[in-house]
Design a protein around this ligand. Structure first.
Ligand SMILES: [Zn+2]
Ligand SMILES: [Zn+2]
Length: 161
């Protein structure tokens, strides 16, 4: 896997070029115990000069191995950037344009603040610590009953029916 994505400006087709590949995900340089990129940054770009500006647009994808912020379970997810766009000013001396950092920033911007294994993850029981996605725990009913009890106390009229 490539460690950087550089465009050779002098050799770039005047009508633009498709540039595809996989960039080593170590360039993301994440120091997060709960977030591990794998399989590289997949990019599919169209790169073209617009005057003195090099414009790259396309899609990016990066897989992550992560830990759910609700239930603590391991899960994988993919950050997809469907509308990647970068433009870099060049001058007559520019030979190469390095897009590595643009790709890196775009993937990092796409990361969720609190990754969850699924939208309806039930998390863990605050009392016994059981992962509630695997089924109810012995104390789940008590927690639910307490909540209804508190609601009933707020609505005394309901008791009179
Ligand atoms: Zn979860
Ligand atoms: Zn429990």
């Amino acid at each position: 896997m490539d460690k950087c994505l550089t465009i050779d400006v002098a050799r770039l087709d005047r009508d633009g070029e498709d540039v595809e590949g996989v960039l080593d995900d170590s360039v993301l340089d994440l120091h997060d115990d709960y977030l591990h990129p794998f399989a590289g940054i997949r990019y599919s770009l169209f790169v073209q000069m617009a005057g003195r500006e090099l414009v790259a647009r396309g899609t990016l994808e990066q897989d992550f191995d992560s830990v759910c912020s609700r239930c603590g379970g391991d899960f994988d997810f993919t950050v997809s950037v469907p509308d990647f766009l970068a433009s870099v000013e060049t001058d007559e001396k520019t030979e190469f344009v390095d897009l590595t950092d643009e790709l890196r920033q775009s993937i990092i911007l796409g990361l969720p603040t609190y990754p969850v294994c699924r939208a309806d993850c039930r998390g863990v029981c605050p009392t016994c610590g059981k992962n509630l996605n695997e089924g109810p725990c012995a104390c789940a009913h008590e927690v639910r009953d307490d909540r209804w009890g508190a609601l009933d106390a707020l609505l005394p009229e309901k008791e009179k029916d």
